[in-house]
Write a protein that binds this ligand. Structure first.
Ligand code: ACM
Ligand code: ZN
Length: 535
């Protein structure tokens, strides 16, 4: 993403700089303060700190040491130095200290950079991690390089920072169902999320077009359900083994990112039904869906088999993901097959599910379905559920968090009922599978138009909730990267960036500190960091 212009300007400045300051490059994108997301408070002081071959980390606890080692490793790659980590204070050192009395939230930190030292304090290792990410962004962007870069002055301006996130949930959603995302590319994505303090990856693991997670009790889910015949008549396939899932969950946790797995129910389940046709109302053989859009064949809510199936699936899924949430989907479940199914209608009668002026009996049946699964996940696995906003229809499960995607109405309704909500409205620019440039010259996408400025402008707390004092129930914000038109991972990156960086700032920075013009300026530096990560 480096432009020719910035390279030329950079080269000129470099020549100029070499007359007065020795052989160090002063690239224009490294000038000024370029931190994304903007901290709550940052004061620039006189002077700078210089990273040198004598720099060492000092870390007060084993967890702090792990954070220090993570950053020392990256600094050593980029600088060629051998920066070490110990529990002893060092001169010209970087100190990481846990301070439980610090006046910031659990993800917050303070950072003091002086000419002689760098000190990061936080209540938690996660806060130390974010303090260090801020420090990394004060250093030249080349600090993210995977190989030693020579001729760089590794200096950071002296600053005093006090910082904490605006929202607890700062997420992005990846969809490996429509087009698969290999393990290495998921990790690459996680690397970028970590740089910008994003802390959730919602992983949409099952859908009509492919089942992407190994379930040992149901091998046909991947033998049959992970394969579809694409337009050219060729087979399209891919899934994650449980070992690969564990590897990615660990990789994310090392970067303080929690993965929220999504297993769709009761709709978007054709891949599973293809493997086990008895799960649908009619039980007829079928194949994973080969076109996009919403499938009418869904799990039967009258039979017991789909409930037993999902319980077994969750018995394998829950232990793989240590986070507190499992996403149960719940969106776009057509009710046509339930209307005609004698067993679904029997369930409606037996459970006394009656249509009212707001909801059909079948919508109540979906609510019955979701509530049963919520109870199971809570009692058996101690997990809470998140669902798309359709889970409001027919009655919300008692402790569910609502993910508001069809506008903000679902999130507002949930908060008004005392439930937590995560905002991800397509109408608010959070569907970053949409075009971010001129559709006439962009690679094909699902449609829509969400340029960076529009994504950046989104505010997850609607005025109505602020007015009623319910805005605290908005737990956070997420962008969704559906993959119907992401035929390969280059296209995925092309759509994701730099819009994911706007999401980072929405999720972290106080509203009063957001500034799009300044964000655009800081982006010059951030794009070089993305270059270093081979985005
Ligand atoms: C969705 O976009 N169907 C949640
Ligand atoms: Zn049925």
């Amino acid at each position: 993403m480096k432009t020719l212009l910035s390279l030329c300007v950079g080269a000129t400045l470099c020549i100029l700089a070499s007359c007065s300051e020795g052989p160090t490059k002063q690239m224009p994108y490294n000038q000024g303060i370029n931190v994304i997301p903007t901290p709550v408070s940052l004061v620039q002081n006189e002077g700078s700190f210089k990273l040198s071959k004598n720099t060492a980390f000092s870390a007060s606890t084993p967890e702090a040491k792990t954070v220090a080692e993570y950053f020392a490793a990256q600094m050593n790659l980029a600088t060629g130095y051998q920066i070490t980590v110990s529990d002893k204070a060092a001169s010209n050192g970087i100190t990481l200290a846990i301070d439980e009395a610090l006046d910031v939230n659990n993800e917050g930190y303070t950072l003091d950079v002086t000419p002689k030292s760098v000190t990061v304090k936080a209540k938690t290792p996660q806060g130390l991690f974010y303090g260090m990410q801020t420090f990394m962004q004060l250093l030249p962007a080349e600090i993210e390089s995977p190989a030693a870069v020579s001729g760089i002055a590794w200096t950071a301006p002296c600053v005093t920072v006090k910082d904490e996130p605006r929202f607890e949930y700062r997420g992005i959603m990846l969809d490996p169902c429509r087009h698969f995302i290999p393990v290495e590319n998921v990790k690459k994505h996680l690397d970028v999320l970590a740089l910008f303090k994003i802390n959730r990856m919602h992983w949409h693991l099952t859908d009509d077009q492919g089942w992407r997670i190994e379930i040992k009790k149901y091998p046909k889910l991947t033998e049959v359900g992970s394969k579809r015949i694409d337009g050219e008549g060729t087979e399209y396939s891919g899934f994650y083994t449980q070992d690969q899932i564990k590897e990615i969950v660990k990789y994310a946790a090392d970067r303080f990112i929690t993965i929220v797995p999504e297993i769709e129910l009761p709709g978007h389940e054709l891949a599973a039904i293809s493997a086990y046709p008895e799960l649908s109302c009619k039980g007829e053989p079928t194949t994973p869906r080969i076109i996009w859009g919403v499938e009418d064949i869904v799990l039967c809510a009258g039979k017991e088999e789909p409930f037993e199936f999902l319980q077994d699936v969750f018995d394998e899924v829950a232990p793989l993901f240590p986070g507190e949430y499992i996403h149960i989907g719940g969106d776009e479940c057509p009710k046509s097959s339930w209307k005609e199914c004698p067993l679904c209608q029997k369930r409606i009668r037996e459970e006394g599910l009656k249509a009212d002026k707001n909801h059909s009996a079948e919508e109540k049946l979906q609510s019955y379905f979701v509530q049963r699964m919520e109870k199971y996940l809570s009692e058996k696995h101690g997990k809470k559920i998140i669902g798309w906003d359709e889970i409001l229809e027919g009655g919300l499960a008692p402790s569910a968090t609502v993910m508001s995607w069809r506008g903000e109405e679902g999130g507002i309704a949930a908060a008004n009922m005392g439930h937590e909500a995560i905002m991800t409205p397509g109408s608010g620019g959070m569907y970053i599978d949409q075009f971010q440039g001129d559709p006439k010259i962009e690679p094909v996408s699902i449609g829509g138009y969400d340029p960076l400025s529009r994504v950046y402008a989104y505010n997850p707390t609607p005025d109505t909730l602020v007015a009623t004092g319910k805005a605290n129930l908005i737990k956070g914000v997420q962008t969704n990267l559906w993959s119907e038109y992401m035929y390969n991972t280059d296209l995925l990156e092309y759509r994701a960036y730099p819009r994911v960086l706007a999401l980072a700032e929405i999720g972290w920075t106080p509203l009063t500190r957001k500034d799009y013009k300044d964000f655009e300026r800081r982006l010059d530096n951030a794009l070089v960091r993305l270059d270093e990560l081979n985005i």
